[in-house]
Design a protein around this ligand. Sequence first.
Ligand SMILES: [Zn+2]
Ligand SMILES: [Zn+2]
Length: 451
Amino acid sequence: MNLNAYLNKRIPCSCGKEHFCAVKAVDIEEGALKRIPGYIKDYGFSNVYMIADPNTWKAAGEETARLLREAGIHFEVLVFEEEEPVPDERAIGRIFTTLPEGTDLLLGIGGGSINDLCKYVSYKLGLQCMLAATAPSMDGFVSEGAALILNHMKVTENAHSPVAVAGDLNVLTKAPMKLIAAGLGDTLGKYTCLLDWKIAHILNGEYYCRETAEMAETSLKAVRELALSGKVEQRDPEAIRSLTEALVMTGIAMAFAGNSRPASGCEHHMSHYWEMKAFLSGMFPALHGAQVGAGEVLTVKLYHMLAKEQPDFDALKERPFDKAAWEQMIRTNYTQAADGILALEEKAGKNDLSGRNRRLDAMKENWPEICRLIDTELPSADEMISLLKACDAPVSVKELGFPQAWVRETVLCAKEVRDRYTMLQMLWDLGLSEKYADYADEFEEELSRNI
Ligand SMILES: [Zn+2]
Ligand SMILES: [Zn+2]
């Protein structure tokens, strides 16, 4: 797949939009590190601040520093002391306070956190950033947001994408399996997020770009094939390239769509919910991609069950909504974060009955098509489980290290973290949330028994 065909040019599309992704180069090949000095010179940078952590410094930082020195490029280095720096106010301040005067490029050496920090700080300061990726662990390489922890809460702040991403296969294939597995989980999550998008388009007329969705699907299917043949867990360079490309492609698709629809559906809402709960309870969240993978298993399971329902849409329109009970549930489960969630619903009106009834009408008309899409577009939950397990990735809430009690809550509450139509909201529309929360609880119990 030639990702560079989608970069840095305006592409007119059948959806009516002109798509654009500002990244100038994506280089996922053996020896990509060697080409970093060339990218720096070609794009006119001359004062580089390299940011790494102890592991990424060893994996690619030292080598990159040697290459920059050889090329006569002026640079300075910040290596965080922490093995896994948290992208919070302290880390942001650390980069800012140590930033050498005259810096024109932040060169991140790493994956998730280091890249988020570089994207954010360079954006705020009107500088540019570049990434030497060390692990195919998540889909934020070229996205325009930065996932940060501000005031103890996980937020996505405005940022910009790196000018170029160099993913050297000699480095990426040696990444810890835990990180490769997380990247696989984040990628497999695209099955349900793309379906959520398609269904939201059918039911709500939400903007949908077929060509963007197909780009994301093509890279996803390539990863699935390689994972099925066992090549991801073997660190086969072709599989690692394909996985990294799919993760980058998600960012390009987000830039094309103008929002995170091609990257994030209810499997991501589950992950956000768990992360929020973990922070609120003083626990450590798991890796983003690991959480998305386990969320994907549950989402696929519930989607396939939903395709067997024959709802009485007209009767469902009479169903009342006990708003006070719902608010109470939100307060109980979201604790300190509840005010924000209630304010979001005030604005979004996801649970307004007029909207629900309009969607029920649309479901009545399109139900056979929706069931067909679920059957044809989603692999089985068993397949997801075996692909993830082959890489030792967690498949259940318990394996992520979270309490079983969160499972029911997830089905009932996780949809409230964002104003975005997904399978979880569809369950609510159909009055199935409670019943599916029970199913999910049993399913997860069974999963943890089989570990
Ligand atoms: Zn389009
Ligand atoms: Zn993700």
